[in-house]
Design a protein around this ligand. Structure first.
Ligand code: 2HG
Ligand code: ZN
Length: 480
């Protein structure tokens, strides 16, 4: 007689076809851990549906059996949001085969993409339609749009275009019991009751599975000016941002901050990265102006603003990209800081945000605490200053014991996150909660907010099968 697990595998196979069910332990490996190899799990099977109907039937089956389902996109989560638990009873639902651009509508500035499309694929489809899809992440070649939606991804263009939430017009979602929520509207005005799609954005697959989305497009970029700017401190960077925004009437599309320590790590650990200035500076800003207006002389605009900034003491020095190659090199440096940090060894990550006006104060306070109390750690705080989001990371100092730093993760996290709260900020700006920050959500979220979240979870997923243990602590349901 077959075990319950083997029987369920057969039923899943009957839905998606034999090629699309991975059940051999040896083949499931890549689906069972995150890209940083920090979270590991086991699974009953990995299903790879090709259509919304297949997703619907898989969920209806798992719902009937009370089996936990873990949706997975490009597996680039920083918080273990797409990794199953250790029980070996959950089903991983990998959406990579749902990778069609269903339609593009340039006149409506929108396109409809399936969840398994990579972000790069959506960029190309928008470009082919003469438009821009502005979400920009270092992982855009592998991360998938379903994951971007489910984590409300941010990235480097948020100050101009907003986070993923602001880039969505409509969603198609398969609910826990297999029903399909058809809300794939491409409307900009639609005041017909509650914003249901909003529930699934940032929910990390705990309320349902996003299978397709209608996305907002923008006029394409035809002019770009990029500079790498040496600044004395974070306060100066914030003043420089205000200056550049005013001088360019909103054309600043990226404003990324990097400390000397990050640039040093990149120069040491990444091939082809050189230190940009002859002498090091404490902080650097990568600023970019973009425009869809062909006549815009952005280089002149940027150069003028930078000259004024140097005179005002907001900047020490600046390099304007003179070619696409130089621009790409600036971006390579910025986008590869996580990789440089990874190569440098152990690190503690804090994906925090505070109001832009309080960033400098926060970095001063939290930085002073790290310097005084974590001698084995090197502060590598970098990120998206334009929207108040810093990756307030701490790397093990060269030659120091990485394990010693890691053993202090809880203590450091508490101090950093408590300070973030005191500064009116968030302990999870753009990477989500996953399984890593469930306890943090409980600690820093008000009782009323938590109660509402649990109410929504119970209403939409009464049996607790959707990504159990992510975002909210697992209930008893969701286990076979
Ligand atoms: C980035 O901004 C990513 O580069 C990754 O959000 C941040 O690794 C990190 O901490
Ligand atoms: Zn980031």
């Amino acid at each position: 007689m077959k075990t319950q697990g083997a029987q369920l595998q057969d039923e899943l196979r009957a839905i998606v076809g034999p090629e699309a069910l991975v059940a051999a332990t040896g083949d499931m490996g890549p689906y069972l851990e995150d890209h940083r190899h920090l979270f590991h799990g086991r699974a009953l099977a990995v299903v790879r549906p090709a259509t919304t109907d297949e997703v619907s039937r898989v969920l209806a089956l798992c719902h009937a059996r009370g089996v936990g389902v873990v949706p997975q996109g490009g597996n680039t989560s920083y918080c273990g949001g797409a990794t199953p638990d250790e029980s070996g009873t959950q089903v991983v639902l990998a959406l990579a085969r749902m990778n069609r651009i269903r339609s593009t509508d340039p006149d409506n500035d929108s396109l409809v993409a399936e969840a398994g499309c990579t972000l790069a694929q959506v960029h190309s489809a928008a470009e082919a339609a003469g438009r821009l899809f502005p979400l920009r992440l270092g992982s855009e070649g592998s991360c998938q749009i379903g994951g971007n939606l489910s984590t409300n991804a941010g990235g480097t263009q948020v100050l101009r275009y907003g986070m993923m939430r602001e880039l969505v017009l409509g969603l198609e979602v398969v609910l826990a019991d297999g029903r399909v929520l058809e809300s794939l509207t491409s409307l900009r005005k639609d005041n017909t009751g509650y914003d249901l799609k909003g529930l699934f954005l940032g929910a990390e697959g705990t309320l349902g599975v996003i299978t397709a989305a209608s996305l907002r497009l923008f006029p394409p970029t035809v002019a770009t000016a990029t500079a790498l700017i040496a600044v004395p401190d974070v306060a100066a960077a914030v003043r420089l941002l205000a200056r550049m925004r005013a001088a360019s009437s909103g054309r600043v599309s990226a404003f990324e901050l990097m400390p000397a320590a990050a640039v040093e790590l990149a120069a040491q650990h990444l091939e082809g990265v050189r230190r940009p200035f002859a002498t090091p500076h404490p902080w650097y800003v990568l600023a970019e102006l973009t425009s869809s207006c062909p006549g815009d002389a952005l280089d002149t605009l940027l150069a003028t603003a930078l000259t004024a900034a140097v005179e005002a003491g907001e900047a020490h020095d600046a390099l304007l990209a003179q070619s696409e190659r130089e621009r790409a090199a600036f971006w390579f440096l910025r986008e590869h800081i996580p990789e440089a940090q990874r190569r440098a060894g152990a690190s503690l990550k804090h994906d925090i945000s505070v109001p832009v006006s309080r960033l400098a104060g926060f970095v001063e306070r939290a930085g002073a605490w790290i310097a005084a109390h974590v001698p084995e750690g090197l502060l590598v705080a970098y990120g998206h200053v334009g929207d108040g989001n810093l990756h307030f990371n701490v790397s093990a100092r060269p030659g120091s014991d990485g394990a010693a730093l890691l053993s202090r993760a809880g203590e450091v996290r508490r101090v950093v996150h408590d300070l973030v709260r005191d500064f009116g900020g968030s302990f999870s700006a753009e990477h989500g909660i996953g399984q890593l920050k469930v306890g943090e959500l409980e600690r820093y979220t008000s009782a009323v907010e938590l109660e509402l979240m649990h109410t929504l979870k119970r209403a939409l997923d009464p049996r607790g099968i959707m990504n159990p243990g992510k975002v909210l602590a697992a209930t008893t349901a969701g286990r076979a």
